[in-house]
Design a protein around this ligand. Structure first.
Ligand SMILES: [Zn+2]
Ligand SMILES: [Zn+2]
Length: 385
């Protein structure tokens, strides 16, 4: 079938919105009509070539260094057709995409760590996760990759059934798109990985889409004080709406504030979720972390950043925990429906996180708005939800 998508032909070039050819789903695959797709920073990093898979990995797979690719991984939509052997979905089902594919069989899935699923490890390479071949092609017949095995910057896509999570039909599909990436990643960074508990003091560094979800994860987990740190005034002003009790423009400013608020104890949990983690960010975050506290790195590092210096004596003797997280250490199959329930109860705010809705054709303008700090979350609304 013919559909339309935002395609990246070369790193650094703008998204090209055009028609493409989509094959029917094969065994284990599902055809989805997208209702909405969130504009995640990761797709901008991909466009800039900052998340390119290593070229030696691609050449081992017999793939060129850069395949033209459809972007987008934070999608929601409706199932139109299922391939052979797909038992969990039927046409008409409402779904959220999961850039962490969940096989349900590997060691990690079997032990409650779906976010580490072995199937998720190939997510940056092109081709279907089912058999390595392509369902997406340019109008002139070239194979197209689809970001994170999703390709949600498209009116339609074909994905592995393992990359979809079913949600109730009464959850509106546009806000539901945020459940595909930003919200579980942020919420889980606070609620799961940092283990925020009632009465805690939490600091969230970077109050964009993921940071805002982290603020909500801390609030819903019962944090008494939540400090949102962002140099952008618009983001500082919107943070209290999601649960921030205090704001600071910089980590240095937050250091004084948290010292005062906690009488020198410092924060139980610090979540680091800026657009990109820079060299000084980790040390500053650990300085904000109390004895025995937890500091979670949620953002991606700047591409040139390979390592950071730690104040080791403080880190060791203060018994601190520094950890990474993927998908906020959430399990897509149980946590996405749980987050939809929290939204339904009014405790998790999703509509308020959507600063603006765009058409697919406006995608480059939308990313320009994100880059200039005007958005908590922008969403492509395909007008079908
Ligand atoms: Zn994302
Ligand atoms: Zn698995």
């Amino acid at each position: 079938m013919r559909s339309r998508a935002a395609i990246l032909y070369e790193y650094g070039r703008p998204w090209s919105v055009e028609e493409f050819e989509l094959d029917p789903p094969r065994a284990g695959e599902v055809l989805v009509q997208l209702a909405a797709t969130g504009l995640c920073h990761s797709d901008e990093h991909i466009r800039q070539g900052k998340l390119a898979p290593p070229s030696d990995v691609l050449s081992t797979l017999g793939l060129p260094a850069m395949s033209p690719t459809i972007g987008g991984h934070e999608g929601s939509g409706v199932v139109l057709e299922v391939g052979a052997g797909v038992s969990g979905f039927t046409p008409g089902d409402h779904v959220v995409t999961s850039f962490v594919a969940v096989c349900g069989q590997c060691r990690w899935c079997a032990s409650g760590m779906e976010y580490l699923c072995d199937k998720g490890s190939g997510t940056l390479t092109p081709g279907m996760p089912t058999d390595g071949t392509f369902r997406h092609h340019t109008a002139d017949g070239r194979d197209l990759g689809h970001v994170s095995k999703i390709g949600a910057f498209a009116e339609h896509t074909v994905v592995a059934a393992d990359s979809l999570i079913k949600i109730d039909r009464d959850v509106p599909l546009v806000p539901a798109a945020l459940l595909a990436c930003a919200v579980p990643t942020g919420y889980g960074s606070a609620a799961r990985r940092a283990g925020v508990r009632g009465g805690d003091t939490a600091v969230v560094i970077g109050a964009g889409g993921i940071g805002t979800a982290a603020i909500q994860g801390a609030r819903i987990s019962g944090a008494a004080r939540i400090v949102a740190v962002d140099v952008n005034e618009f983001k500082r002003q919107s943070a209290p709406r999601f649960g921030a009790t205090h704001t600071a423009a910089t980590a240095a400013e937050a250091l004084e504030l948290v010292r005062e608020l906690t009488r020198g104890v410092m924060a139980d949990a610090v979540i680091v979720s800026p657009a990109m983690i820079g060299e000084a960010d980790v040390g500053e975050a650990l300085a904000l972390t109390r004895k025995g506290g937890t500091c979670v790195l949620t953002g991606l590092p700047a591409p040139a950043l390979r390592s950071v210096a730690l104040a080791l004596q403080d880190f060791i003797l203060m018994n601190k925990t520094l950890c990474g997280t993927v998908f906020g250490s959430c399990n897509p199959k149980s946590d996405i429906p749980m987050l939809a329930t929290l939204y339904g109860s009014g405790r998790l705010l999703l509509d308020e996180m959507i600063t603006r809705r765009y058409g697919l054709d406006d995608i480059n303008d939308a990313y320009a708005d994100l880059a200039s700090g005007q958005l908590i979350r922008g969403v492509i609304d395909f007008g079908t939800g």
